[in-house]
Design a protein around this ligand. Structure first.
Ligand SMILES: [Zn+2]
Ligand SMILES: [Zn+2]
Length: 346
């Protein structure tokens, strides 16, 4: 095993990232060292690259390796690791949880109060190797396309958000056509929704959503959502809403077009304080569910949906070698991208 590796590092508190040599982590008891094959760039990584207020608050110990969406193979196992083999293809749950709090004890690890995130709170996966606890290792079937598995972390957010509610025969509104919104639109169609309508202000991303199979992709900057609802045959409003934009305007519009008794899951983080139409939420009897991370069962659902025919390749718009990571971040920052995959195999 070599001692040094390439890694994409946040060198100091400020904008930008640097490709540099760092020590290969040594797996301690119960830990697994994963050799990275492919990674994908998440919106979180772009926040860290740009060094916005969120990044300045959360990245407290530069220099550190970033990145949390990846697929690779097991390279080394620490003392006491069982049930895994060297060379096995794996991904990893990026939220490392405490196994002690009330939610961890009841299997609701997505609500652990002591979560530490790979690539944010500890060294991440934009490197030749990443080290994580065995409990977070997710075996990945050899039949799955590694370019897609590279962004299973984000697919997991979409799965968690979409499969929170019954979708069979339901009409779904997705506000926000970022990669997670686009992936969620594919999940909703796959899971049996009648109509899926997605909104955004970015035509490039709305076009990607059309490729994913949404019924209507609506630019609410210049088009009337209610016209499309009429076209789609909606009578009383949407049954299910997936808020993926983090925009107060998007959320307010969603509340205004939900049917009474509708269900909304909220994934998009926005400004900490926004005005919400409280009286409409109450009088319509809406159910609101905040979504954070993934449930462990989402990892099984993801593999099985892909094996069952859910094609997520339309959301991949760029592929680069990791040494060209700057191009990947430029594509993400341009708004003219879906998922950007970085190759670490060569
Ligand atoms: Zn992510
Ligand atoms: Zn916990």
């Amino acid at each position: 095993m070599k001692e040094w590796m390439d890694a994409i590092v946040k060198p100091v508190a400020g904008p930008g990232l640097e490709l540099r040599q760092v020590p290969v982590p040594v797996p301690g008891p119960g830990e697994v060292l994963i050799k990275i094959h492919k990674t994908a760039i998440c919106g979180t990584d772009v926040h860290i690259y740009n060094w916005d207020p969120w990044a300045a608050e959360h990245i407290t110990h530069p220099p550190m390796t970033i990145g949390h969406e990846y697929v690779g193979e097991i390279a080394q196992m620490g003392e006491g690791v069982t049930g895994l083999t060297i060379g096995q293809r794996v991904s990893g749950e990026g939220h490392i949880t405490c196994h002690r709090c009330r939610n961890c004890h009841t299997g609701n690890i997505q609500w652990c109060k002591n979560t530490s995130s790979v690539g944010v709170d500890r060294d991440g996966a934009f490197a030749e190797y990443v080290c994580i606890p065995q409990t977070n290792v997710i075996p990945i079937d050899e039949s799955l396309d590694e370019d897609v598995v590279a962004f299973f972390d984000a697919f997991g957010n979409a799965t968690h958000t979409a499969l929170m509610w019954n979708l069979v025969g339901e009409d779904v509104l997705i506000t926000g056509a970022g990669p997670i919104g686009i992936i969620a639109s594919g999940i909703c169609k796959y899971a049996g929704a009648r109509r899926v309508i997605i909104t955004d202000l970015n035509d490039y991303r709305l076009e990607l959503a059309r490729k994913m199979g949404v019924d209507y992709a609506v630019n609410t900057g210049r088009e009337d959502l209610r016209e499309y609802m009429k076209k789609a045959g909606l009578v009383e409003g949407f049954d299910v809403g997936l808020e993926m934009s983090g925009s107060a305007a998007g959320f307010r519009q969603m509340v205004s077009v939900m049917r009474n008794g509708g269900k909304i899951s909220l994934l998009g983080l926005g400004k900490p304080m926004v005005e919400v139409p409280m009286n409409d939420i109450i009088c319509k009897g809406l159910t609101l569910q905040g979504i954070y991370g993934r449930k462990m069962d989402n990892w099984h659902q993801m593999s099985y949906m892909v094996q069952g025919g859910l094609d997520l390749t339309p959301v991949i718009t760029h592929r680069f070698h990791y040494t060209e990571f700057e191009k990947g971040f430029a594509a993400m920052n341009s708004g003219m991208s879906g998922k950007v995959v970085l190759d670490w195999t060569k």
